[in-house]
Every structure is written in C-alpha cells, then in structure tokens.
Design a protein around this ligand. Structure first.
Ligand code: BMA
Length: 871
C-alpha cells in the first residue's frame, strides 16, 4: 500500500491504482480481522494404546472443557464429588486423550493474508495436529498459544486434532531429563506448568485432568493486527491523570497507517490519533493522553468504581485492519514500606488513602473450572463485598482466573493480591522451565494489567518458605546453593522484571509470606505473614493476639458445611458421625476432623449429634477467626491487613472456607460482615483492664455514641453507660478503660454469669455491636434461651422476629432444604431485645413456618458428652 502511495502522481500509478481498486472491489477482500470461535463439533476419546483403555470410541465433547466433564456428560463416570467417587476416578490421569474437530476454511477466511490458530489454554502438555501435521507442542496450561496456519489450510474441511498424553507420565519424562533432580528431589509434577491443586490439596480432591480448558479460535488478518492495548497510569491524582495508551501492533509487512484512540470523557467522546509506520514483527506505539479531574476508582467502602473505556482503531492505508478496547479504572497504588517503630510498614495506599486490607484468600471455584458460571462468580464475590471485605488474595496453587472474574472485582471494588501460579512446591531450575515461566508471565501480566482491582502481583504461595521443607535443609550445600539461585532468578528476576516492564505502577512482591529477604528473626518487623499456629500448630485462638504481623495474608480454622450441603454428597449412613468413611473422604487435611474435635472439646464440649456438630463447628471457626481479625484491626497501623484463609471451596468439603461450595454462607461469613464493618467496636481485656476500642476505616471523622452495659446471662442489667465519642478517620483507639475488677471478678463465681454488651451508635442507630465474656467460653453456663419466633409477610418478603428470654449465642435460623434467603444469621441475642430478620422465599408462609428451625449454642451440646469416635 505504501509503495503505491509513494508513486501517486505518476500517470502509470493512476492507471495501476484504478485497476487494483477494481480488482479489490470485485474480490471483496475481507479487510478487518476476522475471529472464528472453534467451539463446535468437538469429539474426544481415550487413545487406544493407553493402558486400560476403556473409552476409545469418539464421543461428543465440549470446548472449552476437560476430560472429566466430557466423561461425566457422556455418562461414562459417576459424579466425581459424590460420596467417595473421587478414589474410583484416578485412572483418568494415567490415560492419554485426544480431541478433534473440523475447521471449515471458507473463501472469505482464506482471502486473508494471515490465519492463526489461537488456543487460549491447553491443560497442559499437548500435541496439536492440523491435517495430521504437527503444528505445535504445548507444555504450559497458563500460556496462550498462537500458530500461523494459513499455509496448512485448504479450502473446505480441515481436521484439527489435539493429543493429551497422560500428564503424570509426561511430567515424569520431562523430570527425568533434568540431571539436577537427583540432588534437588524436585517433584516430577512441577516440570509441567499445570494448576497445582489438580493433584489434590488439603481442601481439594485429586483430579488431574486434561483438556482444551480455555477458548480456541481462528484469527484471520491482513497486514497488521493489534496484539495488545494497555492504558499505562503513570501519574494519577484527583486533579489530573497522565496516561499513555500503549499499543502493540503485529505486522506482516512494512506499511503506513493510523492509530486512533477514543474514550468517553465527561459524557463526550475524546479522540487522539497518530500516524504510524509498521514493520514486520512487533511494533510499539505510545499515545499520551491527559484526563483532567478524572473520576477515580476506589476500593469498596472508600468511593465508587467508575471505569473508562478506551477504544483503539488501526487503519493501514484505507483499510480498517483491527480494533481493540480496554476498560479500566484510574487509581494510584503505593505499597508503602517505610521504616517505623515496629520495623517496616506494609500498607497499600490507594489514591493517597492508606487502606486496611480486609478479606480472605480465594481458591479455584471448582475442581473443573469450565463449569463455573457467571452466577457463581457473582454470588461469591458479591458475598465478599457484602461482608465488608475490600480485598482478596488470589492464591497461587490454582489458575489465573477468567476475565469475567477480574471484571467483577473491578466492578465491586474488591482489591486483588494476585499470586503467580506457583503453590508451595519447589520449582525446577532448568533453563527451558525459566523461559516457559517468562512467557507465561508476559502473557498473563499483559492480560491482567488493566484491571484496577489488581493492586499487587506476588511471585508464589509459600515457595520461599518451602526451601526449608521436606528435608531440603539436609541437601548438599552445592545443591542448596544452586536451588536458591534458581529460585531468585525466577521470583526476584524474571517475574519482578516482567511486572516492572509491563506494568511498573503495580507493586511486585516475591512470595507470600515474605519479608523481601529482610531479617525478621525477632518477628513481625517486615512483610506479610501466614499464621498457622492456630490449627496446624493446635494452639488456642488467643495465640493470634500475641502476633503482630504487618500484613496477614493467611490464618484460618476449619468447619463443616451446613446440613443441606452435606446431604448433597452423602447418604444417611454417612451422616452418623464426622468420622464416617465418606465424611473423612471429604476432609483433605490429615487429622482435620480430629483437630476440629479437639478444639471443640477445648472451647465447648461434645456436640449432642451430627447436625449439632456441623453447626457448632461453624460457630467455633467463626469465633476463632473473629479473635484474629479484631486483633489485627485493633492494631492498625502496625498491622494493615487481615486476609483469612479461605473464602470459598472447589467441592463440598470440611475446610477453612467461609462460604461453602454451593455458595452457602457459613457462620464465619456472617461474623466477617460484623468484624469487618467500617466502624467496629471491639471490647478487649488487656493487662487486667477492660478496654473498649473503636476502629474506623472511614476517611472522615465520625461523631458517635458508645454504650457499654454489664448484664447477667439471664438478662438483668447491672450497669448501663453511654458516652459521646469523636472517632478520627482511619484509626484504632481505646475509648473506655476500666480496671477489670469494676466489671467482674475474673476469678469469682460471678464472672461466669455476666457479660459486657458494647454498642456503637451513629445518628441513634447501632452500627457495630460486640459482646465480651469474662471467663473462657467453656465456663460460660448458657441458660436455655427459650427463643420465640414470629413470622409475618412484609411485602415481597417475610419478617422473622425472634425474642429470647436469656442470652442466646450464635442463633442459627434455618429452613432445611426449603428455599430461603436469610438476611442475617449466627447472631447473638440479648434478652428483651428482639431481632428482626428478612426472609426471601418463593414458598408460602405456612410452608416456611413448618420448615423453620432455630438453634443456639446452648442447645448444641449433650450434657454428659458422648464419647467421640476418632480417626
Ligand atoms: C496455606 C495455604 C494453602 C493451604 C492452607 C491450609 O499453607 O497456602 O496451601 O491450603 O495453608 O493448610
């Protein structure tokens, strides 16, 4: 095109141009890029020569998808999550599988100068054949693969076939070629880049699957295509945003063209354009732009989440070659790590505001990612937001999530701590592996960098710590030195560099937990922290209060899902004890059920039956995490984050989650809504004194009232005092301090029968409420609360009014399998203080009334304590 333009003016050219124009019009060359999804007509089978080949007939398959889901859809395997079916399905990982479809190459497709096959995700090692010609060998689940295939396509039907040799055997072969492995004992499975949780985790089943797990498509283009569009946020303030639209164009030829960028600004379309010369290969163009008084994106609780849409069009000569768009929010991020009296701070400063990170760790939403629906993503992420969480940590043992997941976090204002996908395992040190990781990081960072929700990229989950695990400390010094060097090359070299090059505004952190290699021998000066003293270390919950991490990225305690969730994967005989074989098959942490049982006896006593055990386990978990979360919040700014382990589940299981696999909130999620409230009242006994803290995440001072009552469990008020308080923004402070003896004699008999009720009121409304007991939970002798209920219809929903004669702890309202959404649950009830909750349900009042069950902690335990069975 450019050659023709250069000749403009000459007679010969005018003639030639006229001629070409005619030809072009007649042939109608497809100008702009064409994308054709390859999502239809797929079939799969087990490769006949693999051992125990049982399913060698070609059968219909779904792409994107995986072998397990295809086998399930074809009714060749039972539900993998039901009872102990997991164990029966382990043969699938030893087999090899293949997928095929027909690619129709139409004339309009072949009219393009370039046609690429684009595979957005293959799990994991795969050989790709087009018309029986090997066009690609893939070995990383987390990379996109693109192969130019114009030359191999013929008009009409072409066969695309993808072979997945057994992942287990392939990884073993790749590992065997690494001569260092004999010294480092790096696990075979790590040699193929594949989601670690597929091999089983301490909350997840083992389903090592294979498949085309992300979309496949054909892209047909002519002279050039836009391979990436990024809005670099060099300098963003409320006054002005200095941005650069970075456009990468892949060209097949030398050509002159034009890039036009448009975006909406204050309701009007703004436009920037630039003439460009492209050359074969990758071309980089920067289009600077300035937005005055930008609307900034804030984490939820700090402001709104406006997003700007930027569209870029590429023309070569007169032809519209390609267009691309990106939606992003404008914000500035600083990970502030200043030296201070405790060591070095670790706080995220967003748009100039130091934000206390409140949330939980997120694991994959399913063992089979392709069946996760938009509704599930929404339900879990909205649940996070609704429980006053503003941050999640996207944990490194799974997979990089879908665009939809990140879009939702952007929309909801949920900040993401984004791990690269390395979970605990030591990683191979071969050159090929490192190159593979670099390509993965380039692809993923390019894909993710415009999501305003991602506020940090982190190298891995616990790999830095894992240098000392599994006997590695006793390896030869030479092996250890080599391993550490390989570690640094990947996690403080390749990944750091890639983030820095592609999105320098987003901080990078080498590992979680880490202190970025700073000395932390006396503890808690620097970096993020995983506190597993509770649970794995089996110490009491109060241990949390002895630790002062600068930012907590994991701490947790397990519970069981509620009865309706347990019923979904069991038969009645499985539900006689938490130690039945099926209940143990749905507990993946060694001795997990015994750990729950031990803590149960330590804090309460033996639950009276199976249903009560499920309920009490949730209360136990919620009370434990509440202890940790409130401690961290009270200690701001020393601690600036509380991310508990874990938000969700990938199947129905006993785990650390606060929301179960079916999306049902456990007690912990309801508790989190209270302990993560923007204004929190937190009574606490410290050094013989009763202290009432108020913690504020508000960015403006708040005028409030603090009411503190001393009551008996039976409902008598012993004292009742209210004081006005001025709460500074972003603060934690004690507003009331009294010698403990004034409230209760901690050692005397009275202490077990009284409690302090603390309420924080703003404009006369209670915004936070908290109770404090003066003796350990086990010694609090809860009376029978005698809870009365009154259900009435209230417009489109129902109102349930509960009244209690005595103190009732963790009141659990349920309707069994009857459809009902409950506005609050697992709440404490003060005698004489009715509680109203809203019930949304499709069923009638009568049916709801019949299904209604209310229990509280007092009714969950057998007076005598039946002897438990042990694992
Ligand atoms: C941490 C996490 C996970 C694990 C959890 C509970 O180590 O990173 O690997 O599931 O603890 O053990």
């Amino acid at each position: 095109m450019r050659t023709l333009r250069n000749l403009t003016g000459s007679l010969l050219c005018s003639l030639l141009c006229a001629m070409f124009a005619t030809i072009a019009t007649n042939a109608q060359p497809a100008a702009e890029k064409q994308t054709i999804p390859l999502d239809a007509g797929w079939e799969f089978r087990q490769i006949p020569d693999s051992p125990a080949a049982a399913e060698t007939t070609w059968r219909p398959a779904q792409v994107p998808g995986d072998v397990h889901l295809d086998l399930l859809r074809n009714k060749l395997i039972p539900d993998p999550f039901y009872r102990d079916n997991e164990a029966k399905l382990q043969w699938i990982e030893d087999a090899s599988w293949e997928y095929r479809t027909t690619v129709q190459a139409t004339t309009s497709l072949l009219d393009h100068k370039n046609v690429d096959i684009v595979l957005e995700g293959l799990d994991a090692y795969a050989e790709i054949y087009l018309n029986d010609r090997l066009i690609l060998t893939a070995d990383n689940m987390f990379r996109e693969w693109r192969v130019p295939v114009r030359a191999y396509l013929h008009s009409g039907a072409n066969q695309l076939r993808i072979v997945f040799p057994s992942p287990i055997k392939t990884a073993a072969k790749v590992a065997a070629a690494d001569k260092w492995r004999q010294q480092t004992h790096t696990e075979e499975k790590t040699y193929i880049r594949k989601a670690a949780y597929e091999y089983g985790w301490d909350w997840g089943p083992r389903f090592v699957t294979s498949g085309i797990w992300r979309p496949a498509k054909l892209e047909a283009w002519n002279d050039a295509r836009i391979s990436s569009l990024h809005i670099a946020q060099r300098d963003v303030t409320a006054k002005v945003a200095h941005l650069t639209a970075q456009v990468e164009v892949t060209a097949a030829t030398d050509a002159a063209g034009k890039l036009t960028l448009d975006y909406l600004h204050q309701g009007r379309k703004a436009e920037v354009s630039q003439d460009v010369d492209v050359h074969p290969g990758l071309n980089h163009f920067d289009l600077p732009l300035q937005i005055d008084s930008p609307e900034l994106w804030y984490p939820t609780g700090y402001g709104s989440q406006p997003r700007y849409e930027f569209n870029v069009h590429l023309r070569i000569g007169k032809a519209a070659e390609d267009h691309s768009s990106v939606r992003t929010g404008l914000r500035s991020i600083v990970l502030r790590r200043d030296l201070d009296q405790w060591g070095r701070s670790f706080e995220f400063v967003i748009n100039g505001v130091p934000v206390f990170g409140k949330g939980a760790d997120v694991i994959p939403f399913d063992s089979f990612p392709n069946r996760v629906t938009t509704a599930q993503y929404r339900r879990i992420l909205e649940s996070a937001r609704d429980a006053n969480m503003n941050m999640i940590r996207h944990w490194g043992g799974g997979y990089y999530e879908t665009d939809e997941f990140y879009d939702l976090c952007d929309e909801l204002g949920i900040m993401i701590w984004q791990d690269f996908m390395f979970g605990n395992d030591w990683q191979p040190g071969t050159y090929a592996f490192k190159q593979n990781v670099e390509k993965e990081a380039e692809y993923q960072v390019r894909r993710l960098r415009d999501h305003p929700s991602i506020i940090i990229f982190c190298g891995n989950n616990e790999t830095e710590e894992a240098f000392h695990w599994n006997g590695r400390d006793s390896l030869t010094p030479q092996a250890r030195m080599q391993m550490w060097q390989d570690y640094l090359i990947v996690f403080s070299g390749i990944l750091d560099r890639t983030v820095n090059r592609l999105v320098p505004e987003t901080p990078y952190w080498p590992s979680s937990p880490s202190a970025d290699y700073e000395e932390t021998s006396t503890g808690f000066q620097s970096g993020d922290f995983h506190d597993w003293s509770v649970w794995h270390g089996r110490v009491p919950f109060s241990e949390y209060e002895k630790h002062f991490p600068r930012f907590m990225t994991e701490y947790g305690f397990q519970s069981f899902p509620e009865m309706s969730s347990v019923s979904a994967f069991t038969v009645p005989e499985d539900r006689t004890s938490i130690f039945t074989p099926v209940m143990l098959a749905h507990q993946k942490n060694n001795e997990g059920n015994s750990i729950i049982h031990d803590y149960m006896l330590k804090y309460y006593s033996e639950p009276k039956d199976f249903a009560s055990f499920l309920y009490a386990s949730q209360v136990l978990q919620a009370e434990g995490i509440k202890t940790g979360a409130e401690h961290l919040r009270r200690n701001r700014p020393r601690s600036m984050g509380s991310i508990f382990w874990q938000l969700n589940d990938c199947w129905p299981v006993a785990s650390w989650s606060s929301i179960d696999y079916y999306g049902r909130w456990k007690a912990l999620q309801y508790y989190a809504r209270r302990f993560y409230a923007p204004l929190l009242v937190s009574p606490h006994v410290e050094d013989g004194s009763f202290n009432v803290y108020v913690v504020s995440d508000k960015t403006a001072p708040t005028a409030a009232q603090l009411r503190v009552r001393l009551m008996t469990l039976a409902g008598a008020t012993l004292s009742d005092n209210t004081q006005n308080v001025q709460i500074p923004e972003l603060s934690s402070k004690v507003y009331l301090q009294r010698p403990l003896s004034e409230f209760a004699n901690a050692n005397g008999p009275d202490a077990a029968t009284v409690l302090a009720v603390t309420d924080l009121l703003v404009d006369g409304k209670v915004v936070s409420s908290n109770l404090l007991y003066f003796v350990p939970a086990k010694q609090v002798h809860l009376p029978e609360p005698g809870i009365a209920t009154e259900l009435s219809s209230a417009g489109a929903s129902y109102r349930l009014r509960l009244t209690s004669k005595a103190l009732a702890r963790s009141v659990y309202v349920s309707f069994g399998d009857t459809d009902a959404q409950i506005s609050d649950n697992y709440f404490d009830m003060i005698p004489g203080q009715p509680v109203d909750i809203t019930i949304q349900s499709k069923v009638g009042e009568q049916q709801l009334r019949q299904a209604l069950k209310v229990v509280s902690l007092a009714e969950a335990f057998s007076p005598l304590g039946a002897a438990p069975r042990t694992e």
